[in-house]
Design a protein around this ligand. Sequence first.
Ligand code: CMC
Length: 424
Amino acid sequence: MSEFAELSLGDKKFQFPVITGSEDEKAIDIAKLRDDTGHITIDSGYKNTGATKSAITFLDGELGILRYRGYSIEELAEKSSFLEVAYLLIYGELPTSEQYAAFQNEIKMHTIVNEDMRKIFEGFPVNAHPMGVLSAMVCAMSAFYAGEKAGSDELNIIRLMAKMPSMATWSYKKSQGHPVNYPNNSLDYCSNFLNMMFALPVESYKVNPVISAALNKLLILHADHEQNCSTSTVRLVGSSQASLYASISAGINALSGPLHGGANQEVIEMLEEIKADDGDTSKYIAMAKDKTSGFRLMGFGHRVYKNFDPRARIIKKAADDVLAALGINDPILKIAAELETAALNDEYFVARKLYPNVDFYSGIIYRALGIPTDMFTVMFAIGRLPGWIAQWKEMKANKEPIGRPRQVYIGATERGYVSMTERA
Ligand code: CMC
C-alpha cells in the first residue's frame, strides 16, 4: 500500500488505501471497513462518498471546471454538436466522419414511436405534466422492448436517443389540442425536435437556425454532470440489472424534482412572480435568507460548484445572444440580472458560496425559443440522456455490484406485539 489513511478505533489502528484519480483527486478506499472494524460510514446526501470510479466526466467544483472525456465544456459548446457530444460520451471518443454518419443514420432509422404507445399517451389528461408523461413513456419502452424484442444494448441505446425527442413533443402537442407530428429524418436532431414541436398541419414551419443552434448548445451543456442525483439513480437502478429503459425512466423522475432539473421551471415561475410583485427583488432575497419562509432562490447554489457554475456562464452569454438575435426584450431578463447582482453582493449568499447555476438562465433561453415553461425540465432530460446512457453503460461494463447502502438503525428496540384491544 503506497499511500494510506489510518483510522484509530479504541486501541486498534486500521489502514485503508488511498486511491488517486487521473486529475489527482484523492479517495480513501473503505471497501474493507466493515469487515475489518465492524463499523460503517454515514454520509447523508453522499456529500463525501464516491460511488464509483468513472472515466466519463471530470468536474472541479472549486475551479469551475467541467470536461466530458477530457474535452472542456466551453470548447464543446462552441465547436461541437449535441449528437457528436452524445457519441463522445457514450463511446468514449469523438467520432470519425464515418462513425458519425453511421450513428446519425442509426438514430434516423428509429425515430418513429410504436403506434401502440400512442394509446398509452392518449390516456393522459390534457394538462398532464410532461415530465410525468415522458418518464411513463420511457418506462413503457421497457414493456414494449422486453423478452424476444429486447434487442442488444446498442439497439436500445439508439432507440432511446431516437425516440425520446419524438415522445417529448407529444405532450406539448396534446396540451395545445393539436395532432402530433411525425419525425422528419431529413432534418438534424435539434431541427427535427423543433419541427415536431412547432409544425402545424395548416402551414409549413421553417426552422430558425438561431433557435436550432441555441438548442444544440443547451443540450450539450446538459449532456452529463457525473454522479448527480438522477445519474446516480440511473446507475443504482441499473445495478439491479433492470433494463436501460427502466433505469432511464427512474433518472427522469429523479431529475423532475425542484432541487434538481425541475429548478429551471421554478426559476421562470419565481421570476414571473417577482415581476408581478413590482419587481421587488429585495423582498425575495430576504425571504430566501429567512429559514422559516421555506423559500429558496431557485437557480442558486450547487452541491459541487462553490465558485461558479461554468455552464451558467456559457448560458448567460448565450441568452444575451439569442435574445438579441431574435429581437426579444424579455423583462424577466432584467429581473434575473438584478436578482443575481443583489445575491452576489449579499453576505448570506457570499458566505454560503451560492452562485447562479445552470438552471438560472436556461429557462430564459427556452422561453425565447418558444418552449413552454412546463417543458423546460423535459429539455434538460433530452440533453442529459446521452450522459445517463454512458453512465449506465460504464456501470455495466465495470460489472459494478448491486447498489445497496447500509444504515444506522435508530428505531425502537425489540418489543412484544400488543393486540389492538389492549392498546391505549
Ligand atoms: N436559496 C437560499 N439558501 C440556499 C439556497 C438557495 N437557493 N441553496 C442553499 N442555501 C443555503 C441552505 O439553506 C444552507 O444554509 P445553512 O448553511 O444556513 O443551513 C446552505 O445554503 C447550504 O445549502 P444545502 O441545502 O446544504 O446545500 P446542498 O448542497 O445540499 O444543496 C442545492 C444544493 C442545489 C439543492 C441547493 O443549493 C438548492 O436548493 N438550490 C435551489 C434549487 C436549484 O437551483 N437546483 C438546481 C441545481 S443545478 C441543476 C442540477 O444539476 O440539478
